[in-house]
Design a protein around this ligand. Structure first.
Ligand SMILES: *[C@@H]1O[C@H](CO)[C@@H](O)[C@H](O)[C@H]1NC(C)=O
Ligand SMILES: *[C@@H]1O[C@H](CO)[C@@H](O)[C@H](O)[C@H]1NC(C)=O
Length: 224
């Protein structure tokens, strides 16, 4: 895929995660007017939020254990944010339903392994929070085995779907950036030279200084 002239190398570096977000949203079959819940707003969660908006989501609520990432999400257009402070799924679900004025039609689980907490917690509240007949897409990659309250899948017909990497969504991601429909620039928070790569990884891992997308510039002439 060739970058058009008006897509910078920095934006080009975000096409891969954006394509993953597009693939997850397509797996979820988001359509006009949907209420959407996004669990976890690291890079993939934030890009999923921007993509879901483009696909017609009317209200988006995002959850995370980091208040600084929730601030970033609000800044980028989240309608509601909910800080996950409790391990009790019912507490989290009540917050989400209050924020959205009811259960979400679609839930995107984007926390994966990002946080230290057990993956079972988000997967558990994702399926329980979603409306009957709704869809949960597991975008984040977690451990092999998690506990899923399968009763919601059976009795309330909540569809739980997987999503792996970007499917065939690279060109869609390119178009979204080139057309200006998705602006990825605010997600790029830090720049490092190649020789400072270790520091770049540490910044990204620790989320230092509100780090979201951290870029390492191999090209020394690149503006840093
Ligand atoms: C997942 O659970 C199955 C069934 O209990 C078990 O056989 C398997 O070893 C587990 N996998 C991992 C990676 O824990
Ligand atoms: C990039 O260029 C294309 C045409 O090549 C144009 O349609 C699009 O609006 C431009 N995007 C931006 C963000 O300037």
């Amino acid at each position: 895929f060739r970058l058009p002239d008006n897509i910078s190398l920095d934006e080009g570096a975000v096409i891969e995660p954006l394509a993953c977000a597009v693939h997850g949203c397509k797996r979820a079959e988001i359509s006009a007017g949907d209420k959407v819940l996004i669990c976890g707003v690291g890079t993939i969660g934030l890009l999923s939020m921007l993509t879901a908006k483009q696909m017609g989501a009317s209200k988006i609520c995002v959850t995370d254990i980091s208040s600084s990432l929730l601030e970033a999400a609000k800044h980028l257009g989240a309608d509601h944010v909910a800080l996950v402070e409790s391990q009790d799924a019912h507490v989290i679900i009540t917050k989400i339903h209050q924020a959205l004025g009811g259960p979400p039609d679609i839930t995107l689980e984007c926390s994966g392994t990002a946080s230290g907490i057990s993956m079972s917690i988000p997967v558990c509240y994702c399926s329980q929070a979603t409306r009957s007949g709704g869809v949960v897409v597991l975008v984040g990659l977690g451990p092999h085995n998690v506990t899923l309250p399968i009763i919601d899948v059976i009795v309330r017909e909540v569809d739980v779907r997987g999503s792996i990497r970007y499917g065939k969504c690279y060109s869609i991601a390119l178009d979204l950036i080139a057309s200006g429909k998705v602006n990825v620039k605010p997600l790029i928070t830090h720049h490092f030279k190649l020789e400072d790569s270790v520091k770049a990884f540490e910044t990204s891992r620790n989320g230092d200084g509100g780090a979201i997308k951290v870029l390492i510039h191999c090209n020394q002439e690149a503006s840093i």
